[in-house]
Design a protein around this ligand. Structure first.
Ligand SMILES: C[S@@+](CC[C@H](N)C(=O)[O-])C[C@H]1O[C@@H](n2cnc3c(N)ncnc32)[C@H](O)[C@@H]1O
Length: 270
């Protein structure tokens, strides 16, 4: 079952019950990244990416974390850069059990005179026991998604530019989900990477995205993920929509295009 909300996660999370979702996995707009760092986009069609100043365009703050903590049953994972690694930890410092480093060895060279930042971070906060944190590592070496005409996973605009400035690799999210939650909320869904990974791993998903441009892209991507051979089940054909202009409780696929339901699913859970 997955629920997609087109709206502000700070308001939406207030409507959810305490301890109602196993894990909050938040690829938040990076706080303290005011001004950002210009860099050359990777891929064949390299270009300067000005939109890396995501703290500016999304008006980032850590205000959302208190409600996210309230609704999480077992814990929370929060993305950040070195700019905010300390402030993010301070929110729930007694529950911080690990700092995961995501190494992007293919980070392009910076345009201005700063070191080449090849790392981003993910704080792991444990609330109560229930997740298998030992399945995780504190270091993942996974390339950032390439843009340009050779891009495969990266969503591109018609002119070849990146559709979303911070789309994450599904592989990275799948690694993080190996802690074995049965339900996940991503308050900042973007292009729906976490939702797609959850479908692949048979995990219930709630996704929130307030941008009317990105929300339909996430919806489309999650539909495609559900259509992958072997993943479609009748229960996958239900999506509960809230917010925006979408109708509630919509079937993803009308009866005439429903693919054959698979009989068994090998769950990645141990
Ligand atoms: C870092 S991006 C997430 C990218 C995503 N992980 C992906 O792979 O595509 C953060 C997203 O949060 C959205 N956002 C920012 N503020 C929000 C809010 N208050 N409520 C919901 N979504 C928000 C932005 O539009 C942006 O798409």
């Amino acid at each position: 079952m997955f629920t997609l909300h087109n709206g502000d996660c700070r308001e939406y999370m207030k409507t959810l019950q305490p301890d109602s979702v196993d894990l909050v996995l938040a690829d938040q707009p990076y706080p303290e990244l005011k001004g950002g760092t210009k860099f050359m986009n990777g891929g064949v069609a390299s270009r300067i990416n000005e939109s890396n100043s995501v703290g500016d365009i999304w008006n980032a703050s850590l205000e959302w974390m208190d409600d996210a903590w309230r609704i999480s049953k077992f814990g929370m994972m929060v993305f950040c850069t070195h700019h905010s690694v300390d402030t993010v930890k301070q929110k729930f410092r007694d529950n911080a059990i690990a700092l995961i480093t995501w190494v992007k060895r293919n980070t392009p060279n910076p345009v201005n005179n700063v070191p080449k930042y090849t790392t981003e971070f993910i704080w792991v906060f444990s609330k109560t026991s229930g997740l298998v944190w030992r399945n995780l590592s504190t270091h993942y070496d996974i390339p950032m998604l390439q843009a340009g005409c050779m891009a495969t996973e990266r969503i591109l605009n018609k002119d070849g530019t990146t559709f979303h400035p911070t789309q994450k690799p599904e592989l990275l999210i799948r690694q993080l989900l190996k802690c074995n939650p049965k339900s996940v909320i991503d308050p900042f869904m973007g292009t729906g990477t976490t939702g797609a990974a959850c479908i692949q791993m048979d995990i219930d998903f709630i996704g929130c995205e307030n941008d009317p441009k990105y929300f339909p892209a996430a919806e489309k991507r999650i539909k495609s993920a559900a259509l992958q051979p072997g993943l479609f089940t009748p229960s996958n054909n239900r999506v509960h929509w809230t917010g925006g202009e979408s109708p509630a409780n919509l079937s993803l696929f009308p009866a005439e295009v429903i693919p054959p339901a698979k009989v068994t699913r090998k769950s990645p859970r141990q």
